[in-house]
Design a protein around this ligand. Structure first.
Ligand code: URA
Length: 248
């Protein structure tokens, strides 16, 4: 029989969500162990011995981890359901049997690279700030930001009372009324890129995520996805974090 582990860890290993998200689900009272709702984070469970339910459905341990890179079109939500009935990203994954969920989020009107997986540990590793996984975006902004304001953004600015971590920014193209910028950040605050450019007076008019680390959208048309392999996953972590592949 498996050895005991924390409930949130079991849920993330079973493809329900990242550990952090699983903790939210526990706190929301959506998880039961042997018929009892558990809302504390300290609960230890023994898979195989206890029955664990999420939203009323029994959770079974995952047999196979799967990693997917999707080129998300605008107009799709990155949640797994939408009360407003808008299209959800997983509807683009025809042919994938596993229950996967997005790693982090992209706004409804943002397109581009979105990772999906059922591997809670990997999702957690990508989202955790200590691993500094970079995300690169192409942002079209209103007007023409001055070199001074670009450098302010690069060094870090106050957003909601907290300074942003250093960013790398370059100008790709200057249009008549807009500028296309390439920005690389390693934080993942909500609507961060839009807020950063808004803060220097150049709101984003269009946003696309080009890459996680060195993993790019190359060869992937809008709305299409591909299954990632070991070599692809290594590209996500740019330095010193060694990702141990579990399926090999
Ligand atoms: N930053 C944003 O503002 N929006 C996204 O979707 C991603 C990063």
């Amino acid at each position: 029989m498996a050895s005991p582990l924390r409930l949130q860890k079991f849920l993330s290993r079973s493809g329900i969500a990242s550990r952090r998200k699983a903790e939210e689900y526990i706190a929301q009272g959506r998880v039961k162990v042997d018929g009892k709702v558990i809302t504390s984070m300290g609960e230890q469970v023994t898979p195989g011995k206890q029955k664990i339910y999420f939203d009323g459905k029994e959770v079974v341990a995952v047999e196979r981890f799967i990693y997917i890179l999707l080129n998300k079109p605008k107009g799709y939500v990155t949640t797994l359901s939408d009360p407003q009935g808008r299209p959800i990203v997983t509807s683009l994954l025809s042919g994938i049997q596993e229950r996967v969920y997005p790693v982090g989020r992209l706004d409804l009107d943002t397109e581009g690279a979105l990772l999906l997986t059922n591997d809670g540990d990997l999702a957690q590793a990508i989202l955790h700030p200590s691993h500094e996984v970079t995300k690169t975006y192409e942002a079209e902004v209103k007007g023409h930001p001055s070199p001074g304001s670009i450098s302010r953004l690069e060094k870090g600015i106050l957003l909601e009372k907290k300074k942003t971590a250093p960013a790398r920014i370059r100008v790709k193209r200057r249009g008549k009324k807009t500028t296309v910028m390439i920005i690389t950040i390693h934080e993942g605050r909500k609507r961060q890129v839009k807020k950063m450019f808004q803060a220097i007076g150049h709101p984003v008019t269009s946003l696309k995520r080009l890459a996680y680390g060195k993993l790019t959208l190359e060869g992937l048309a809008l709305g299409k996805y591909k299954i990632l392999h070991q070599n692809d996953l290594k590209k996500i972590f740019s330095h010193n974090f060694l990702y141990k592949q579990k399926n090999s």
